[in-house]
Design a binder for this molecule. Structure first.
Ligand code: EPS
Length: 394
């Protein structure tokens, strides 16, 4: 059973990720992991912190001689900024005069709800854990599960379909185009269309100029997923439900969509459902001879993957830290004041897309291990081959 957790504060010493339940014998590629972490740090509109951090996954357990050994994997990610925070946020009692209070909660942030819940006089500890810095730990775990999924022929990538009002008109981007996008060593807004990307950049520029922030929409695409992951048999085993939770759990995501879910709700059934065909000759790499004319369902029907690409969109609210802050209340005096400002990002849609890839990969890996099992990668692959044979005989 695949299980995963993270720990760590945004300005603490390290982030920690735990990943337990992967089969033994999976080759772990450190350069790939660090490239995934690098991808999450890119994008136009990130703040000064990204100049400080250069994330790298420091694996301390569960991997020996370059391969998983079936034991829990623990990963450390150093916060380079810690050297500036050691006295502000020490583990031991420290000097209270050096603490850095977050005096007035930011609307949209966890500040107020978190302070009320944990009975904290101000929001410092709340933002330390609520911060999207935590998503770096998810990307580290997601990178290892991506390597596992690759063994099954599954790849997961993302692209940005909207930043503010700038929207990609034709969002059905070819898989090859996504691969090209991800081979690039420079990331602007991770949009497949350069003209749209320029309009997206203008939205971020506007937010930068006006002390504002801007949200948007990313799409995660999982390619090569076999039919049969997830099930309608029980409510919490539905793949779409699991993916929705995984992606919704990312900081600043306020809505999740599978395929063209939102548009479909406003359409007639005849325009939405993906007609089924059959190719007598076995077509290329597909798992079965059944074909589809479209993919509005986003690769999931009845909570089960259907063999088409899985498409999951996340809708991000604009970052809640504004250089031109909104109205709030001082925690101590209860007087009206402007919300606190701390160094922050202005737009994080491309980065959130990378973090969502990790969450989708973790979810798919969990479902694949539930279906195929295996304590060694060889055993998993044998079971998978048997299932593929079954599909071909259908
Ligand atoms: C974040 C605020 C900024 C971001 C941070 C998330 O950090 P800081 O307050 O240190 O400038 O840069 O994101 C990351 C550090 C990261 O790695 O993504 C927030 O409040 O959520």
């Amino acid at each position: 059973m695949l299980r995963y957790f993270t720990a760590g504060e945004s300005h603490g010493e390290t982030l920690v990720a735990f990943l337990s339940g992967l089969p033994a014998g999976l080759a772990v590629d450190q350069a790939f992991m660090d490239r995934e972490l690098w991808r999450r740090q890119q994008g136009f509109g990130r703040g000064g912190r990204m100049k400080i951090e250069k994330d790298s996954a420091h694996i301390v357990s569960g991997v020996r001689h370059g391969k998983t050994i079936g034991s829990p994997i623990a990963i450390l990610l150093e916060n380079k900024d810690w050297k500036n925070w050691q006295e502000i946020l020490p583990v031991e009692e420290g000097d209270p005069a050096k603490h850095k209070r977050v005096a007035s909660p930011r609307p949209g942030h966890a500040d107020l709800a978190g302070a009320l819940k944990y009975d904290l006089p101000e929001a410092r500890y709340v933002l330390e854990r609520a911060s999207a810095r935590e998503s770096a730990a998810r990307v580290a775990m997601g990178a290892i599960t991506k390597l596992f999924l690759r063994e099954l022929g599954i790849e997961v990538l993302s692209h940005v379909v909207a930043v503010g009002k700038a929207t990609l008109a034709h969002a059905d981007v070819a898989w090859e185009r996504l691969q090209q996008l991800h081979a690039q060593d420079e990331v602007l807004l991770n949009c497949a269309d350069p003209e749209t990307e320029a309009r997206m950049k203008a939205e971020v520029d506007h937010a930068l100029r006006t002390g504002d922030s801007v949200g948007g929409v990313f799409e995660v695409v999982a390619h090569g997923v076999p039919p049969g992951l997830g099930t309608y048999a029980q409510w919490d085993e539905r793949l779409d439900g699991m993916l929705a939770m995984a992606v919704m759990s990312l900081q600043a995501v306020k809505a999740v969509e599978i395929g063209t879910g939102v548009e479909s709700a406003l359409s007639f059934g005849s325009g939405v459902h993906d007609e089924i065909g059959y190719a007598a000759e076995k077509a290329g790499e597909s798992f079965t001879r059944f074909t589809r004319k479209s993919n509005h369902a986003g690769g999931i029907e009845g909570g089960i993957s259907n063999g088409q690409d899985i498409l999951v969109r996340g809708y991000l609210k604009p970052i809640s830290t504004l250089r031109r802050p909104l109205g709030s209340v001082d925690f101590e005096t209860r007087e009206p004041v402007k919300a606190a400002y701390e160094r922050s990002d202005v737009c994080v849609v491309p980065a959130a897309g990378v973090a969502a890839e990790a969450m989708v990969a973790l979810t798919l890996a969990k479902c694949a291990l539930e279906k195929f099992g295996g304590d060694s990668i060889g055993e998993t692959l044998r079971n998978f081959e048997g299932y593929k044979h079954q599909l071909q005989q259908f």
